[in-house]
Design a protein around this ligand. Structure first.
Ligand SMILES: [Zn+2]
Length: 162
């Protein structure tokens, strides 16, 4: 998402930079409440820091969002089930690597929460599962494409020498 979705739900928001805001932390009470820092990274990931120590999970939970809402939606191009033989499809590596990185960050955050004994929602667990599946499929897909390429090459060599 963009930070706007979150900012709409926060109070006492003031901008203090191109993609930086301060706001009242919805996750804790007391005097020092305007200590929530929100930064939108270049890829749309929203970074949260409460100087009173609230976790990102507590903060998004307090305004009815989920942890995965802090990450931009990754749209995966589906190429259908046709095997791209023997031509290799062009792979947008920078986009794929960025998508993998986001997925791994999500998994890492959730794992950290689990190891800290924090509860995770079923949505976050599902997002984590989906992230792991995407990375796994990506690796498998590339292996299949490589294997298909090798087979096609071998066929070509065999028929060529005959
Ligand atoms: Zn807080």
């Amino acid at each position: 998402m963009t930070a706007a979705t979150l900012l709409d739900r926060l109070e006492a928001v003031r901008q203090n930079g191109p993609a930086r805001w301060r706001a009242r932390c919805p996750a804790h009470d007391g005097k020092n409440r305007d200590v929530l820092s929100i930064t939108e990274a270049g890829d749309g990931t929203v970074l949260l820091k409460c100087f009173a120590g609230c976790t990102a999970l507590e903060i998004v939970g307090a305004v009815g969002l989920e942890l995965h809402d802090l990450f931009p939606r990754v749209e995966w191009q589906t190429t259908g089930n046709h095997m791209p033989l023997p031509k290799r499809p062009r792979t947008d590596w920078p986009a794929l690597i960025l998508a993998c990185e986001r997925d791994l960050i999500l998994v890492k955050i959730v794992l950290t929460m689990v190891s800290n004994g924090e509860p995770i929602s079923t949505e976050d667990a599902a997002a984590c599962q989906a992230a792991a599946t995407r990375v796994y499929r990506l690796v498998q897909e590339q292996r299949d494409i490589d294997a298909a390429g090798v087979r096609a090459e071998r066929r070509h060599r065999e028929t060529g020498t005959r």
